[in-house]
Structures are given as structure tokens and as C-alpha cells.
Design a protein around this ligand. Structure first.
Ligand code: CDP
Ligand code: CDP
Length: 224
């Protein structure tokens, strides 16, 4: 079979998308594309270049001159802008809390969506983000919408931060997640929303392994 399989994985912040997407991609031998990393990369470069994050034409002009690339890695995929590694830099809280502003710019989305579709042409793929099933790959045969309660997602982020030596109070993380969810769900262009044909998986009380198993079942069901 030469047919390329596309798995669109969307959902709110810290629902477990990238963790699960990577494992599922590995299991099936598909490539993995973290579209959030692309929005984060644009945010980082705009801040470094002292471009106003709401100045759409300036940000888009900068983006057109910017190469964003990935290199597979375990456990994390490496991310580069113009050949410079930014894997860790794009996870800083400052970027996390500014990225929704960049993601609300229609011109930025148009450019990144084009690049994401080009990546998806290469191979079977698991792509995670906010608008993959609704806008980037609307014909993907497998669409999954991962959710989890805000408290659970804040706990996950808290543990993840602890591992990196970052100490942000749980209550603050909860607020930040709520703010980002709100911005992502209410923006005009391609807001975060479940595609009508996506399967929702509530991961609140599930382990990573359980979520991977559930998604594996869904994919096998679709490709048999
Ligand atoms: O991993 P986390 O849930 O923190 O976020 P991410 O997937 O790295 O995405 C960061 C931000 O990029 C999101 O909060 C959205 O504002 C934006 N994003 C988007 O608008 N569309 C996508 N397909 C992916 C991310
Ligand atoms: O990509 P997204 O922001 O949706 O989530 P993530 O960056 O994959 O982060 C989720 C965090 O929650 C990771 O530290 C996972 O180990 C943990 N986790 C999970 O992803 N899924 C579960 N069912 C339970 C925990």
C-alpha cells in the first residue's frame, strides 16, 4: 500500500498531544510534525528581532525570510530556525505566554499552513496542533481531539516544569492555560475547535500508554 496516512491530532494546551503524537508516529513509522513548535519559532524570532508581535505585515515579512526545520530526536524532536537550534528556547514561559498573539495573525497562519501541507505531502504523518483536522488537513482519514480537565493539564505542566527546574505555582499555570485556551478558541482565524468528524478522547484519568493504545486502535480501525 502506497497510500499516505494522515493523523490529525488537535486539542488544548497540555492535553498530551506532542507526547502521544511522537509515540504513535514511532509505532507506525510515520513522521511527526509539531506545528506548535512552528508558531513558537516565529514568536521567538519576532521577539529577538524586536518586531511588535501584533504588527502583522512585519511578522509575515520576517517569516517569509525564515527557514524552520525539524530533526528527529528522542525524546524530543530538534527544532531550528535558519539553522540555529531553538529546541529549548521556544519552551520558555515568555514564549509560551506570547505565542497565541502570533498565532492569531492570519498572514502567519496562511504561511505556516502552506508549509505544514508541504511537509504532509512527503510521507505518512502524525501532525499535532490546534487546527490540523479543521484547516491544515481537512481530509485526514484519522482525526483525534485530545482533551483533559484544566486542573489535570496544569498538574502535567507543573510536573514537566519541575523536571526542568522551573517553579511556577500550580494556580498560575492553571490561569495561564485558561488564558491560552480562551485566546486559541476565540481567535477569528482557524480557532481551536473539534472537527465534526474528529474522535474526542478525554485523557484526564488516562496514562500516556493508555492514550497511545486508544489512538492505535482508532488508526488500525481506519486503515484496515
Ligand atoms: O504544547 P502546548 O500545548 O503548550 O502548545 P503548542 O502545541 O506548542 O502550541 C503553542 C501555541 O501555538 C498554541 O497555544 C496556539 O496559540 C498556537 N498553535 C496554533 O495556533 N495552531 C497550531 N496548529 C499549533 C499551535
Ligand atoms: O502537546 P501538549 O501541550 O498537548 O502536551 P505535552 O507537551 O505532550 O505535555 C503533556 C504532559 O503530560 C507530558 O509531560 C506528559 O508526560 C504528561 N501526560 C500526558 O501527556 N498524557 C497523559 N495521559 C498523562 C500525562
Amino acid at each position: 500500500e502506497n497510500q499516505k496516512i494522515q493523523v490529525a491530532l488537535d486539542g488544548p494546551a497540555s492535553a498530551g498531544k506532542s507526547t502521544v503524537a511522537k509515540l504513535v508516529a514511532k509505532k507506525f513509522g510515520y513522521i511527526y510534525c509539531d506545528t506548535g513548535a512552528m508558531y513558537r519559532a516565529v514568536t521567538l524570532k519576532a521577539i529577538q528581532s524586536q518586531i511588535e508581535l501584533t504588527d502583522e505585515s512585519a511578522v509575515v515579512a520576517m517569516l517569509k525570510q525564515t527557514q524552520i526545520s525539524f530533526q528527529p530526536g528522542d525524546p524530543v524532536q530538534h527544532v531550528f530556525i535558519d539553522g540555529n537550534e531553538i529546541t529549548e528556547a521556544i519552551r520558555q514561559p515568555k514564549i509560551t505566554n506570547s505565542v497565541s498573539t502570533i498565532a492569531s495573525l492570519g498572514g502567519v497562519r496562511a504561511e505556516l499552513v502552506n508549509r505544514q501541507r508541504d511537509i504532509a505531502k512527503q510521507s505518512s504523518i502524525v501532525m499535532d496542533g490546534r487546527d490540523i483536522g479543521t484547516a491544515v488537513l481537512p481530509n485526514a482519514p484519522v482525526k483525534i481531539f485530545l482533551i483533559a480537565s484544566v486542573s489535570e493539564r496544569a498538574e502535567r505542566r507543573y510536573k514537566e516544569n519541575m523536571g526542568k527546574g522551573i517553579e511556577t505555582p500550580l494556580e498560575q499555570l492553571k490561569k495561564e492555560i485558561e488564558i491560552r485556551d480562551h485566546k486559541d478558541s476565540t481567535r477569528k482565524v482557524s480557532p481551536l475547535t473539534k472537527a465534526s468528524d474528529a474522535i474526542e478522547v478525554d485523557t484526564t484519568s488516562m496514562s500516556v500508554e493508555q492514550v497511545v493504545d486508544e489512538i492505535t486502535k482508532i488508526i488500525n480501525e481506519k486503515i484496515k
